[in-house]
Design a protein. Structure first.
Length: 55
């Protein structure tokens, strides 16, 4: 996940390769479902409908 565009990674042997498709951080649900009280965020787990509204 070190690029904004898809790129090809060389695989182990036999000429194999893998295409890395970057994630879209705006669609990551970590902020809504991260439960680490006193460490990260509010410590509240958001409801799925609210997460869908944010997306």
């Amino acid at each position: 996940m070190d690029s904004d565009v898809p790129y090809e990674l060389a695989g182990p042997g036999c000429g194999a390769s893998i295409v890395e498709i970057p994630t879209q951080w705006a669609l990551d649900d970590r902020e809504q479902y991260c439960y680490l009280p006193d460490i990260s965020g509010s410590g509240l787990i958001e409801s799925p409908p609210k997460t869908l509204d944010l997306w």
